[in-house]
Design a protein around this ligand. Structure first.
Ligand SMILES: *Cc1c(COP(=O)(O)O)cnc(C)c1O
Length: 330
């Protein structure tokens, strides 16, 4: 690990496992062998998750340029930022994370922030910068670092550029080698790179993205990235994107998501997060309910990680803990 091979730095051990989810399949009215999960949550760096596949490529490019500092942006509970911090620690690079808000204003000062701090990242709080201007703030941070003699490398929001998305073209090929006859791959759609890479590897008819409310135009975002990866134009209208799980917005708990999180936890012993994987699973449940996914079709849920974010999501923590069942021997 840590060696650069063809532009990419290995940050974990591949492939990630695929497992069946028979009890969840039965609960949803599918057959025992229909439902599978690809465990990218078990990626062995920094708590795991999909961003590691992208970061292997960014870190490779950063080292090739002689960079000594990784800079990226996101929400305070960004899994991508946490994994950038871990990748920096693994390779001996400094990391600066650019977050909106202020440390005092971050009520949920736990979850990913705990890990960012343990991985020794520095955080630049951008105050009331809009998400759309965070990239500009990060550009200024890079300028300042350069003036101080550092060599920064800027990783885009969510790691979603064609370079990062390439990590999921490989992830999709890895999945196809494990399960050749996949009918549906269900994935959370955040900044879009993960779905775009899967579309490039598996074709748009097999990939169902569940919009999490992180970008204004999810289908167009994925289509642009998939087009850049494949070298042919991709029609946004040809992509399978569900937009029914956003609820009141990206950071807000959506009731069907909590229900999906409970269902997967109690049938399979697998934890999902309220922002991404819980939404993706609620989308899968809805797709089974409306017949887009049916019995006899092989369906893979891509677990993209995100568990630390669960502990930084105040509302979810409160709602789940208040429903805790107590028990005493008679
Ligand atoms: C970022 C993220 C996603 C979405 O991936 P994108 O490539 O940004 O669309 C899904 N799940 C988790 C846990 C994430 O952190």
């Amino acid at each position: 690990m840590g060696d650069v091979v063809k532009g990419r730095v290995e940050l974990s051990t591949w492939p990630t496992p695929v497992e069946r989810m028979p009890r969840l399949a039965a609960r949803l009215g599918l057959r025992e062998h229909d439902l599978w999960i690809k465990r990218d949550d078990l990626i062995g760096l920094g708590g795991g998750g999909n961003k590691v596949r992208k970061l292997e490529w960014f870190v490779g490019a950063a080292l090739a340029e002689g960079a000594d500092t990784l800079v990226t942006t996101g929400a305070a509970q960004s899994n991508h930022a946490r994994l950038t911090a871990a990748a920096g620690a693994r390779l001996g690079l400094d990391v600066v994370l650019v977050f909106p808000g202020t440390p005092e204003g971050t009520a949920d000062g736990s979850g990913n922030l705990v890990l960012d701090s343990l991985f020794a990242a520095r955080v630049h709080w951008a105050g009331d910068a809009e998400p759309s201007t965070l990239g500009d703030v990060a550009g200024e941070v890079c300028e300042r670092l350069r003036r101080d003699g550092a060599r920064p490398y800027l990783i885009p929001f969510g790691g979603s550029s064609p370079l990062g998305a390439h990590g999921y073209t490989e992830g999709g090929e890895e999945l196809r080698a494990q399960l050749p006859d996949v009918d549906h791959v269900v994935v959370a759609l955040g900044s879009g790179g993960t779905m775009a890479g899967l579309v490039a590897a598996l074709g748009q008819e097999r990939v169902l993205g569940v919009h999490c409310g992180a970008v204004p135009e999810p289908a167009a975002t994925v289509a642009d990235l998939a087009g850049a990866l494949t070298g042919r134009s991709v029609d946004p209208g040809s992509l399978r994107v569900r937009t029914d799980q956003v609820g009141a917005g990206y950071g807000v708990l959506h009731e069907p998501v909590l229900e999906a999180m409970r269902t997967v936890a109690e049938t399979e012993g697998i934890a999902l997060d309220p922002v991404y994987t819980g939404r993706a699973m609620a989308g899968l449940v809805a797709a089974v309910r409306d017949g887009d996914i049916g019995p006899g079709q092989r369906t893979v849920f891509l677990h993209t990680g995100g568990l630390p974010g669960l502990f930084g999501h105040t509302d979810t923590v409160r709602r789940t803990v208040s429903a805790l069942q107590s028990w005493k021997p008679a």
